[in-house]
Design a protein around this ligand. Structure first.
Ligand code: TXA
Ligand code: MG
Length: 330
């Protein structure tokens, strides 16, 4: 009885192990691999190999000045590449080793490491994160080197939260994919700059401002400049559907598809981010639902107001960028 249950499980584990082995061979060969994370799918390259990193920029059509996030399996590995202040270490241990929240820390790079300078776009700082996905963690452990990985979409496309979305965005150029199912968080990681005297929130995301402030015991400053090169992720247009997007909509206009939120949505809403008004569920659904509406025949997408606290801050940030008329290719 037990044997009949365990055999299929062993088969699945073997398939995963073989895929991870294959992915490691490709990465070692300087090729790209699509890796699942809890936030969005990443387009990964060996972060110590400039040529491999260049392939990321090429495939995404991304300007060279935009630095990438380095993924590592734990705090100990992260310490090889960057200087951690006591506050940064405290945050890292709380969010990476204990609570497993989607947090990226910007820290000062250690000098004389093999980390690609192309991956950090020539900056003296580096963005590091420990993803919370068993396949990504296993890949990082087996590969043994950090992986540079932006979201696995072409620039100006929505970040992919499923294998189908990756294929749709990257098309025939899609590299080998490690299938990890649907991304549970569905929004990119929160980025905090720890290189300044006071920590700065560069990008709201999967870990909330409140959770970070609780651990740090101080308030996070908000990054203000949208043109600041230190935080190119803050540039306005980044997550862009093809249809125009109207936000905080109460009254629907002719030809618009309504993306609702909460229990009290008009009956003509096409989709609902969360019927119970749960911001975590809404975050997980955001990109997938925007994609679905973008593929429909509507003239424009209208989005109901989303509360601006907790994960709502990150959701509204993504929506504002998607609705912005400025066009910057990231
Ligand atoms: O959830 C995520 O963070 C996903 C998954 C794949 O891990 N990755 C992701 O990477 O969103 P990407 O490359 O799309 O976004 C990286 C952001 C960019 O906005 C970039 O400007 C910022 O991180 N960044 C990277 N290094 C930085 C640095 N040294 N200083 C300031 N910002 C940095
Ligand atoms: Mg991205």
């Amino acid at each position: 009885m037990i044997a009949t249950r365990i055999t299929p499980l062993i088969k699945v584990l073997n398939i995963v192990n073989n895929s991870i082995k294959r992915a490691c061979e490709m990465l070692a060969n300087g090729d790209l691999v699509v890796m699942p994370t809890e936030t969005v799918y990443g387009l990964a390259a060996d972060a110590t190999n400039d040529q491999a990193v260049a392939k990321i920029y090429e495939l995404k059509n991304r300007p060279g000045f935009n630095p990438l996030i380095m993924h590592v399996p734990d705090v100990t590995q992260a310490e090889k590449w960057a200087h951690f202040t006591p506050a940064a270490l405290h945050l890292a241990e709380a969010f990476w080793d204990t609570d497993h929240r989607s947090l990226t820390l910007v820290l000062n790079r250690k000098k004389d490491t093999s980390l690609s300078h192309l991956a950090t776009a020539g900056l003296d700082t580096v963005a590091l994160r420990v993803p919370n996905h068993p396949i990504a963690l296993e890949l990082l452990k087996v590969f043994g080197k950090p992986l540079a990985a932006p979201s696995a979409n072409r620039s100006n496309h929505i970040s992919p939260t499923s294998v189908e979305a990756v294929k749709e965005s990257l098309g025939t150029r899609t590299p080998f994919i490690l299938d990890g199912g649907i991304c549970a968080v569905g929004l990119e990681s929160t980025i905090v700059d720890m290189t300044t005297p006071e920590p700065v929130l560069l990008r709201p995301g999967g870990a909330t401002k409140e959770e970070i402030e609780n651990v740090l015991g101080v308030s996070l400053k908000l990054s203000t400049s949208s043109a600041c090169i230190k935080a190119p992720g803050m540039m306005k247009r980044h997550y862009a559907p093809n249809h125009p997007l109207r936000l905080n909509v109460i009254v629907l206009l002719e030809g618009e598809a309504l993306l609702g939120f909460g229990p009290h949505v008009p009956s003509n809403a096409t989709l609902n981010l969360s019927e119970t008004g749960d911001l975590r569920e809404a975050a997980a659904n955001l990109f997938q639902m925007l994609r679905l509406l973008d593929q429909s025949t509507c003239k424009a997408i209208a989005v109901m107001p989303i509360p601006n606290h907790g994960l709502g801050l990150a959701i509204n940030d993504r929506l504002k960028r998607a609705a912005s008329s400025e066009s910057i290719n990231l």
